[in-house]
Design a protein. Sequence first.
Length: 273
Amino acid sequence: MEYQEEYIKPSKYKVIRWLQLDEFAPERAFTSFWVSPKVFFIIRIILALYTTIVFWTYLAMSVIYARFDEFFAFFTTLTFVGIHAYFVTSCVYHFRYLKNKNVKFLLKQPSFLNYMYVWLYCTIVVFNVLTPVVFWSILNEVGDYTENRLVIWLNLSVHGITLVMTVIEVIFNRMRLPIRMILPVFFTVLLYMFLAFIIFASKHVWVYSFLAWDQGPKAALWYFVVAIMIVVIFFVMLLIHLLRDYLAFKFGRSKDIKRAISVKPEAQPPSTY
């Protein structure tokens, strides 16, 4: 299955070009090696509806239990908001792509919106793997148990099902994960760390116990472990992207292996829209 791709215009800023944010072909976000764009849209609608239900239920529960003031303090919550925003945005863009049968609406919009979309994608494919790994390996304690089925469902949704949704998204889209985007992903985590420090300075409570500085060298070890996990997960997801493209070539879903796995072809094919 071949698609004619149009890339967003090159940026005049060196940092944008170095990060390869301007090497985004929007059609890759709405097409798949495995299913038609319409089927892919239906899959995304289902995922977006699920995240919408979870988000508003999660928010309502925080209000009911008088914990709304700390709702956006947790990395898990922000990660879930990120994947929810990604699916909703993707569905809106995808609908317009199916309606217009082209991506000109994305090529004409301000470039920074396309950069933010790519940045958001890079974060959700990493953070929605990181969050379940950290929760089930570090934060979840044997004694933590509740019979409240709604709480159990929400817990599984934000600490497990998001991982499944992320894998589904990566398999079905044709997006690429620029290797240099590991730096913006890391920068995003650093921003959250500053937020955690501000919360501690104002409330004298750590959002996550393993961040507490009074642990001494153990705290530094935890910071280092999480940093290593981010790097490892990023490259695992990069390999999954490359494997998807390679399998598409092997199974005849893509005719050019160089075009499948390279970041940007040397010569862009003319648009047929």
